[in-house]
Design a protein around this ligand. Structure first.
Ligand SMILES: NC(=O)c1ccc[n+]([C@@H]2O[C@H](COP(=O)([O-])OP(=O)(O)OC[C@H]3O[C@@H](n4cnc5c(N)ncnc54)[C@H](OP(=O)(O)O)[C@@H]3O)[C@@H](O)[C@H]2O)c1
Length: 247
């Protein structure tokens, strides 16, 4: 395989709402993108079409990241196509309410196996490629400011995101100086369609945020751009939340 000229980004969750915007933005930044999807084939195709218009070598793979064998297969396919890994973005995640007294084992496994276990083994696979390269590469985990909050109806989700923030720091320490590992913790960007009753909820949420608006995907993308260019930041959790954690 000829030496690739373009930088390459492996990203989980390219079929997601923020995920698609991030993948497209990184393609515009000049990266070839290899992204995973799980159940949303139409959204994944849509993301792929958008990024292939900019970066024709980009590709996608179906992968249930709660299953370590599937993660390994996705990375094997990645390595059959690309001979470098500059940036790993872990965006795939499950999010749904689990009122504390009624959390089932199945709900716990769906949230924690995807968000925490899946992210850990994705980072492990990514780092095993990156550590053998002769240039600095980067991992960015996408977590949530809720990792620092005590939402009574989301404990498995918030615990999984807090765990990923912890893992971010451990990976940063273990793989320095060759891999820079940071996390972006978004505040409120999108609302699950089933909870959205229109402008009223948007306004109510915006009012709770010191900067008086919900996040725009570009707010995350600018932060990814910063982390992908900076050489002296590692092990950090960057809250991109319009000051939401202050209120
Ligand atoms: N959107 C927000 O307001 C917000 C706020 C705070 C934090 N975040 C974080 O930002 C990141 C991106 O959010 P988003 O808006 O793109 O989320 P989203 O629209 O809910 O999409 C979730 C993504 O995760 C993938 N996924 C879920 N379970 C999976 C599994 N078992 N295996 C592989 N992939 C799986 C989905 O793939 P399929 O759909 O193909 O199954 C989809 O690509 C997430 O980590 C989220 O927690 C978002």
């Amino acid at each position: 395989m000829a030496e690739q000229q373009h930088k390459v980004c492996f990203m989980t969750g390219g079929s997601g709402r923020l995920g698609k915007q991030i993948a497209s933005a990184m393609a515009r930044e000049g990266y070839d993108i290899f992204f995973t999807w799980h159940s949303s084939h139409a959204e994944a195709r849509n993301t792929l079409e958008a990024i292939q218009a900019i970066s024709p070598s980009s590709a996608m793979v179906s992968c249930d990241i709660s299953n370590v064998d599937e993660i390994k297969k996705a990375f094997a396919e990645f390595q059959a196509r690309f001979n470098r890994l500059d940036l790993l973005i872990t965006s795939a995640s499950n999010f749904f309410g689990t009122p504390l007294p009624d959390v089932t084992e199945h709900e716990w496994d769906r949230l924690v196996d995807t968000n925490m276990k899946g992210t850990f083994f994705t980072m492990q696979e990514g780092a095993s490629i990156m550590r053998n390269q002769n240039f600095v590469s980067r991992i960015i985990t996408i977590t949530d400011i809720a990792a620092e909050l005590t939402w009574k109806n989301f404990a498995p989700y918030t615990a999984s995101k807090a765990a990923v923030q912890h893992l971010t720091r451990v990976f940063a320490k273990v793989f320095a100086p060759s891999i820079l590992v940071n996390s972006i913790a978004p505040g409120t960007f999108t609302i699950n369609p089933e909870w959205n009753n229109g402008q009223e909820l948007d306004d109510e949420l915006a009012n709770k945020i010191p900067l008086k608006r919900m996040g725009d995907p570009e707010d995350i993308i600018r932060t990814i751009r910063f982390l992908s260019q900076n050489d002296y930041v590692t092990g950090q959790i960057i809250n991109v939340d319009g000051g939401r954690l202050l209120s």
